[in-house]
Design a protein around this ligand. Structure first.
Ligand code: CA
Ligand code: CA
Ligand code: CA
Length: 214
């Protein structure tokens, strides 16, 4: 019994030194900060999203203090028609020029956060791609209560086709003798070899001539 008690105490000590990292069931997935309304969509991995209605959305990192910023919003009016992508709408809460999007649970524990530092543009969405796990990016179009669109695809610029220099360095053009038909022409180098005196002597046939003596 004493050994079992020591084992349990030891296990509790180990767990307190190395706490298990708990994966959040809900994260910020997409938002429009410059729009009417402004809205924040979440990705929820649980079958129901009702528990998120007890959570808070804030635009600064201090859960208890809202001095100098908007008062944090209790997500009571969260739209949960699609429990995987619930969203919350508000007005004039997030600064267009840059702000924090922060999700706190009911105890003030920060679950997720993202800071943007410039105006993304009217009704322009920023969100994770892919959903839930991806980085925050400018997205092609907003998808409130649905899976996020991909970031805009950059227009490809044509790349110059490399020139095969070796291919274009083919054999030099042959020089032909004038005054011959094309079929009779030969490259100059070949002609020069055939006109060497010693070569001609070798190639010329010897003609025999018959002389009649009267
Ligand atoms: Ca705004
Ligand atoms: Ca605050
Ligand atoms: Ca979405």
């Amino acid at each position: 019994m004493r050994k079992f008690t020591l084992f349990v105490v030891g296990l509790l000590v180990v767990c307190s030194i190395f706490p298990q990292k708990v994966k959040a069931q809900v994260v910020i997935n997409e938002f429009v900060a410059n729009g009417t309304p402004e809205w924040v969509e979440f990705y929820n991995s649980s079958p129901s999203a009702d528990y998120i209605k007890n959570y808070y959305l804030d635009d600064d990192q201090n859960f208890l203090d809202d001095t100098g910023s908007g008062t944090k919003k209790l997500l009571t009016s969260l739209n949960t028609l699609n429990p995987t992508f619930p969203y919350f709408e508000t007005t004039s809460f997030f600064n267009n020029s840059g702000d924090w999007i922060i999700l706190f649970d009911q105890n003030g524990m920060m679950l997720d956060q993202f800071q943007y530092t410039s105006d993304p543009g009217r009704d322009f969405p920023i969100g994770r791609f892919p959903d839930s796990t991806g980085s925050f990016l400018m997205l092609s179009y907003s998808t409130k209560a649905d899976g996020n669109s991909s970031p805009p695809t950059p227009v490809p610029t044509p790349t110059p086709t490399p020139v095969n220099i070796q291919k274009h360095r083919s054999q030099p053009p042959a020089v032909h003798r004038k005054g011959r038909s094309k079929s009779q022409q030969r490259p100059l180098s070949w002609v020069l070899r055939q006109t060497q005196p010693h070569t001609i002597r070798c190639l010329l046939p010897i003609k025999q001539k018959t002389i009649k003596i009267r």
